[in-house]
Design a protein around this ligand. Structure first.
Ligand code: NDP
Ligand code: 2IT
Length: 451
């Protein structure tokens, strides 16, 4: 037999660890996918001979660069920026930009790897990428954020393009930051193209892009519940985070008749036993997004709620849970607590919020558990629709886009059933999403030969 990755899973993972020292998040993401893919490709010699998984787990390129900017006091500040272009077998690289002090090459490599499978699942022609910086937007003035975004784009512009790589937002990057970066791209290149998504509606953005990730996650959750002939009416939901994804997931839960009990930020969580209704969600949106406040101030505005400092909300009994903040925010013991408290379904709004132990706990309990690459794909899906609208030089109507988002989430759910239905009423959504995403990218790579 030719030299191939016909090795066992532990040997394959040893190689991944050796080639990516000090990159635990990346190794974790590869391990979670490899557990399912090894089983799937067992009898598929071509995938082995062509080393497909090994190649997807080696980014096409990682660009790292210095970002210098001046703060309001005239001090020179230096940050590191990256763009990880993981795989463009099925379309231009596509994925968000994250500004957070915890950003490292490992974090961005895990996100770009996950994005490759997620984007394939949407059915749209998008490869996987991710970028960002260890810049901390907290406590910075708007002018400082503008200067940082301009400096970041002054290098990034060389590596992106409407048919090359199309970034968008992620943690710490919303409409305002996309505006600053798009303005700088346009200034440097003199080109008005759809090089970023999540743009403002006046300058090429798409309706419902802002809402799409959170709404999509809840549509996915509703699809999962429907397999058990259930819906969200009267169900209690525990949500973490209080940013773009968390607040829009909360909004859609409320619209579909559920009751949201918690939201959180890096300081702790709030528990509102009366339910966080639309008016309260609007307060959170304005407080967190526009005023960059802390979630603990919620209890001053709504005194029946309580704030628990330094903790995640997974101990609050609920029917459904949506981790919507960040990676590894729901650990094995949290998963055990959720199940002991009767939680029936978990839909990830964040990327890799559940650690490997937690994933194994949810799988063993055979609950409805959707990994982020399936359930949070609504955001990038509407980004893909924004790219289509930019190419057509027109804007679609809100009702058209709402329907497309629902259809895409239902389509992803169906792909998960294709490869994840284990019989006896249990669907392994992790396996379904991993294999569904892998197969599309792998088959494109086979067509291209050894490149
Ligand atoms: P935002 O910046 O809007 O909000 C992030 C939220 O998560 C804030 O409440 C923040 O709290 C909290 N958070 C961030 N980092 C940490 C941390 N290390 N520990 C505890 N809490 C933290 O980001 P988004 O809502 O856009 O993103 C949330 C998640 O969803 C991320 O995993 C992202 O990758 C994923 N995602 C986002 C998509 C999008 O379209 N925006 C699409 C698909 C996935 P604080 O304010 O205290 O920092
Ligand atoms: O993780 C994600 O899917 C995103 N942050 C959105 C990426 C995008 O290109 O819209």
């Amino acid at each position: 037999m030719a030299v191939s990755d016909h090795v066992d899973l532990p040997t394959f993972m040893e190689g991944v660890k050796k080639r990516n020292p000090y990159q635990p998040e990346f190794v974790q993401a590869v391990q979670e996918v490899a557990e399912d893919i090894f089983e799937f490709i067992q009898d598929k010699e071509e995938y082995h001979a062509q080393q497909i998984l090994r190649r997807i787990a080696e980014p096409d390129r990682v660009v790292s660069f210095r970002v210098c900017w001046e703060d309001d006091n005239g001090n020179v500040r230096v940050q590191r920026g990256w763009r990880v272009q993981n795989n463009n077998a099925i379309g231009p690289y596509k994925g968000g930009i994250r500004f957070h002090p915890s950003v490292t090459e490992s974090v961005l490599k895990f996100l770009a790897f996950e994005q490759t499978f997620k984007n394939a699942l949407t059915g749209l022609p998008m490869g996987g990428g991710k970028g960002g910086s260890n810049f901390n937007p907290k406590g910075k003035s708007v002018r400082e954020i503008m200067r940082f975004c301009q400096s970041f784009m002054t290098e990034l512009y060389r590596h992106i393009g409407a048919d090359v790589d199309v970034p968008a937002g992620d943690i710490g990057v919303g409409g305002r930051e996309i505006g600053f970066m798009f303005g700088q791209y346009k200034r440097i290149t003199n080109n008005f193209t759809g090089v970023l998504t999540g743009k403002g509606l006046e300058w090429g953005g798409s309706l419902i892009r802002t809402e799409a990730t959170g709404y999509g996650a809840v549509y996915f959750l509703a699809n999962m519940l429907a397999t058990k002939s259930e819906d969200l009416i009267g169900k209690t939901a525990v949500i973490s985070g209080s940013g773009n994804v968390a607040t829009h997931a909360a909004e859609k839960i409320v619209q579909l008749g559920g009751k949201v009990l918690t939201l959180s930020d890096s300081g702790g969580y709030i528990h509102d036993p009366d339910g966080i209704d639309q008016e309260k969600i609007n307060w959170v949106k304005s407080h967190k997004t526009h005023r960059r406040g802390r979630i603990e101030e919620y209890v001053e505005a709504f005194p029946k709620a309580t704030f628990v400092a330094g903790k995640t909300p997974w101990g609050v009994p609920c029917d459904v849970a949506l981790p919507c903040a960040t990676q590894n925010e729901l650990l094995g013991d949290d998963a055990r607590t959720l199940i002991a408290n009767g939680c029936k379904a978990v839909a990830e709004g964040a990327n890799m919020p559940t650690d490997l132990d937690g994933v194994h706990v949810f799988k063993a309990a055979r609950i409805l558990y959707a990994p982020g690459k399936a359930s949070n794909a609504g955001g990038v899906a509407v980004s893909g629709l924004e790219m289509s609208q930019n190419s057509e030089r027109r804007s679609w109507r809100e009702d058209e886009l709402q329907q497309m988002l629902k259809d895409i989430m239902a389509g992803i759910h169906k792909s998960c059933l294709t490869y994840g239905d284990q019989g006896g009423g249990y669907i392994d959504y992790v396996k379904g999403a991993n294999i569904g995403g892998f197969k599309k990218v792998a088959d494109a790579m086979l067509a291209f030969g050894v490149v």
